[in-house]
Ligand binder design. Structure first.
Ligand code: GUN
Ligand code: ZN
Length: 446
């Protein structure tokens, strides 16, 4: 494919835009062989006639985006009015999640969710389904069918949740073990031990989660931490012997280099040092934090402590799956803190930064030979206002920044996963790798 290729070779840092770690290769050829990127050639050196050619000149091609925290069962509660976190869970979210006890509903919802990610240029994600084993099965199955890199696991909740959303330690462990056996390491799937948050798991369940992480290699851990002040106060009452909210997880062996903690707004310096020491990452969810009025995450303090910050839509607390829309919110959250988030830093966090934090940078997040061909191709501008702004941009950062602030799914031309077209904008006949033929048919589940 020929396009304007953009990816990163390192962390661009916060503050004034620096292009030291930015790799911009306009009009270059990206060669794809089967599932993987085979090479990159300059415009004057087109590949041989035996390479299929797809003309995306004048378009922006990036590694597929990585959404490090999102709830597949919460598409149906996006844009629910008038609450903060704890009320929002009770009033809207738990009832929607309860419907996923029904396997047919879970399967239909999982496919709709995965398709929606792909239609936003997101090719990899770390996802909460629901407490029901069938919802995790359905999500793994849907991701596998599309060849996606997906990390998920059944939600664990053995207290402070409605009856139809509670498990118990024994049943939860049995379900986790069965799901790990079936899905962990199958194709591009990995299992995440998923205690929802400290309020909805007993200390016994958190200890069991820690034991699972020790028992199996390569498992992830996903949960929420320090999102909302009422929540933080509740956790302090529930765990009076823990130094902080984060310390609850630390005491149960849940912090490690594959731990993905959503939010991390109300942390202190000791927490941040502990995150850095253990290699755990914060999945920053700016759209959700604004929508639920949770607070403004201190990216600079995390950055200076050496903690990886990645980008998450956190739908349905977040109001869209779109990573460019989420990055625009991230910019505004940092603006309210007096901090500047460059487009370079923001896009790095959604690609290479996330891949590194997930220990997957040999596979995703870069336009590098040997990496999987997980790609998204975008119009530089969609619609007359964006086109006018794009035409006036004087350098790469200005252009990319305008793109990040203005783009949404309408600007997405096509999404490839492992070299196959998994999304193609309708009424756009240029440049698809292939038509929607049998190559996009579901693969059999293991
Ligand atoms: N904390 C515990 N559960 C949730 C959830 O579903 N969404 C968000 N944003 N925070 C949570
Ligand atoms: Zn969440």
């Amino acid at each position: 494919m020929q396009a304007d290729l953009l990816d990163f070779t390192g962390d661009p840092g916060l503050g004034a835009p620096s292009d030291a770690a930015v790799r911009y290769r306009p009009d270059h050829w990206l060669l794809i062989d089967g599932e993987r990127i085979a090479g990159v050639l300059p415009p004057e050196q087109p590949p041989g006639a035996d390479w299929p050619r797809h003309d995306h000149r004048g378009r922006l091609l990036m590694p597929g985006f990585i959404d490090t925290h999102v709830h597949s069962a919460q598409l149906d509660v996006i844009a629910s009015y008038g609450t903060e976190l704890l009320d929002w869970l009770e009033r809207y979210t738990f009832p929607a999640e309860a419907r996923h006890a029904e396997p047919a509903h879970a399967a239909q919802a999982a496919e709709a969710f995965v398709s929606a990610l792909l239609a936003n240029g997101t090719t990899a994600a770390v996802v909460f389904p629901t407490v029901h084993r069938a919802s995790a099965d359905a999500l793994f199955g849907a991701a596998h069918a599309h060849g996606m890199r997906l990390v998920t696991g059944k939600v664990m909740m053995d207290r402070h949740a409605p009856d139809d959303l509670r498990d118990d330690v024994t049943q939860s462990e049995r379900d986790c073990e069965a799901l790990i056996r079936r899905w962990h390491g199958q194709g591009r799937l990995a299992y995440a031990v998923t205690p929802r948050f400290a309020a909805t798991s007993t200390p016994e369940q958190l200890a069991m989660a820690g034991a699972l992480l020790k028992r199996h290699d390569g498992l992830y851990l996903q949960t929420h931490v320090a999102e909302n002040q009422a929540e933080v106060a509740w956790i302090a009452r529930l765990f009076p012997d823990s130094r902080s909210y984060l310390d609850v997880y630390d005491q149960h062996g849940l912090l490690g280099e594959r731990s993905v903690l959503a939010h991390g707004i109300w942390l202190d310096d000791t927490d941040r040092r502990r995150l850095a020491d253990t290699g755990a990452q914060i999945a920053h969810s700016p759209s959700s934090n604004l929508f639920l009025g949770s607070g403004l995450m201190d990216w600079r303090a995390l950055h200076e402590a050496g903690v990886a910050v990645t980008i998450a839509s956190d739908v349905g607390g977040g109001t869209q799956l779109s990573i460019p829309r989420t990055l625009a919110d991230a910019y505004k959250v940092q603006a309210l803190r007096g901090e500047k988030l460059s487009a370079f830093k923001a896009l790095h966090a959604a690609t290479l930064g996330a891949a590194q934090a997930l220990r997957l940078d040999g596979e995703i997040g870069r336009l590098e030979p040997g990496c999987m061909a997980d790609l998204c191709v975008w119009d530089w501008a969609h619609g007359p206002v964006a086109a006018r702004r794009d035409a006036l941009a004087r350098d790469l950062h200005e252009r990319l920044f305008a793109w990040m602030m203005l783009a949404d799914d309408r600007a997405l031309v096509t999404t490839l996963v492992a070299g196959r077209t998994q999304y193609k904008r309708r009424n756009d006949d240029s440049g698809a790798m292939e038509t929607q033929d049998e190559r996009t048919q579901p693969r059999a589940a293991p």
